[in-house]
Design a protein around this ligand. Structure first.
Ligand SMILES: Cc1ncc(COP(=O)(O)O)c(C=O)c1O
Length: 444
């Protein structure tokens, strides 16, 4: 029985609030959330759910930590805002930058602070533009992957393979070229790893040659595709990408907005392959969802090239002291509480269980992903790998809600990305509730 208040709130929401990546005039129809603690979230109707997605894969440290709330209050009490635009400096942004420099890959300890992930990616493109301008080159073509996601701004929406066609009335900036993504289970080039020689990476070389390497500004990729369904690359993919970008002098941007800060079992996903990009974008786990924040890390080489140039990318909120103080506390927690190691260990055990119990089910085609960013590919039939329709996505999400699971399912791919602080017990409880939902699927 839905209460009158729930009904009224949902109606007003549907009528007046625009939901990003949803339909205008609608909402999902689930009682609005009002409280949260640890891995649990609670609706206004009192129903509780295990947050198996960390919301948008950002609440890495779990919901409502008092110690982070105290940092917000202390910073507001001390100095809630002074700008970093136009050359002004504030202490929290400097102290946070110094701390962040200790954990990013070596040589990337130079930062622009932003508000969101898309904001960081957009600024990364502009930094690449400026870098080449200073070198006397005008490069503009942005290469990215099909099935990728880099945000919904004009520039980033254009780079996002999954948004192709979705922004019809607000055409993205031009000069975006997509190339086949890595996805061994459904290889777009119909090859098989490792005999393929990682042809999806070689494709990048071919495209740069043919687009004219003097025109290609950058190649941007997620180290594990997130919005596209938690798909990780074969081991040699990024080392080869690094070689190709270096060979052509093309800026390689690793978009770690989702993968950064422990999500894949390492602080940054590029560490899995010992690869250092020229630019790295971050957000989400950087503040674990407590405030909006992001960062762009740039290489010493790019910074040195830009020295003395007038630099425009950024906004009023760059280096917001409250966000920087929170990011600083969040980074302390990652390190002091060994969050990354814990997430990696739990992820290993989840993956074992997914492979042992879920993979033999008739409609589970594959298990993919790294750390606690794991995906199940739901198929109609294992032989044909046919993808079920959107009604199945809806059904699975609704059944999960009935079982007290807030579940992420994009297309035919079920995601498992709970807060990295989830315990083994909570993990087992989640998988115990999920198993019958997947086992009882009847698809044909
Ligand atoms: C890899 C990646 N880049 C960029 C973005 C955009 O971030 P935001 O939604 O904060 O703008 C996302 C969001 O999911 C993402 O996963």
């Amino acid at each position: 029985m839905v209460s009158k208040r729930t009904e009224e709130l949902l109606k007003w929401d549907g009528d007046h609030i625009l939901h990003c990546l949803y339909f205008v005039g609608q909402n999902f129809g689930v009682a609005p959330f009002e409280e949260a603690q640890g891995v649990m979230i609670k609706g206004i109707d009192g129903k509780e759910y295990i947050d198996t997605a960390s919301q948008l894969i950002n609440v890495n440290l779990g919901h409502n930590r008092k110690d982070i709330a105290e940092v917000v209050k202390a910073q507001v009490d001390k100095m809630m805002f002074t700008a970093t635009l136009r050359g002004w400096a504030n202490v929290p942004s400097i102290e946070y930058g110094q701390k962040l420099a200790q954990v990013v890959p070596k040589g990337l300890g130079n930062f622009l602070f932003t508000m969101t992930g898309a904001d960081a990616v957009d600024c990364a493109f502009k930094i690449a533009n400026l870098y080449y301008k200073v070198k006397g080159e005008r490069r503009y073509k942005i290469l990215s992957l099909f099935n990728s996601y880099h945000g919904t701004l004009r520039g980033t929406g254009g780079a996002s393979g999954v948004l192709k066609g979705a922004c019809g009335e607000c055409p993205p900036c031009g000069d975006h070229i997509h190339i086949p993504n890595y996805f061994c289970y459904r290889c777009p080039l119909h090859k098989e790893y490792p005999g393929c020689g990682i042809e999806c990476a070689e494709f990048l070389d071919y495209v740069i040659e043919n687009e004219g390497k003097d025109n290609v500004l950058c190649f941007i990729a997620e180290p594990e595709q997130g919005a596209g369904g938690f798909i990780s690359p074969p081991p040699g993919y990024f080392p080869r990408v690094r070689e190709i970008c270096s060979k052509h002098g093309v800026v390689f941007i690793a978009d770690e907005v989702m993968t950064g800060f422990g999500r894949t079992g390492k602080m940054f996903a590029v560490e899995h392959w010992d690869v250092t990009p020229d630019i790295m974008t971050m957000s989400k786990g950087i503040v674990s969802g407590y405030l909006p924040f992001g960062a762009v890390a740039i290489s010493d080489e790019i910074l040195n090239t830009l020295r003395g140039q007038f630099f425009a990318p950024g906004s009023t909120e760059c280096g917001n002291p409250i966000c920087c103080a929170v990011a600083s506390k969040v980074l302390d927690i990652y390190r002091e509480e060994h969050i990354v190691e814990h997430g990696a260990e739990v992820g290993k055990q989840v993956r074992e269980r997914l492979e042992r119990e879920f993979l033999p089910l008739p409609h589970v085609g594959s298990v993919s992903g790294l750390g606690l960013m794991l995906g199940l590919d739901i198929v109609v039939d294992k032989k044909t790998k046919a993808i079920p329709g959107p009604e199945v996505t809806n059904l699975v999400i609704r059944r999960a809600l009935e079982q007290g699971l807030y579940l992420r399912m994009v297309g035919n791919r079920i995601g498992f990305s709970p807060p990295l602080v989830i315990t083994q017990e909570e993990t087992n409880e989640t998988l115990d509730r999920l198993y019958p939902i997947v086992a009882e699927l009847k698809l044909s």
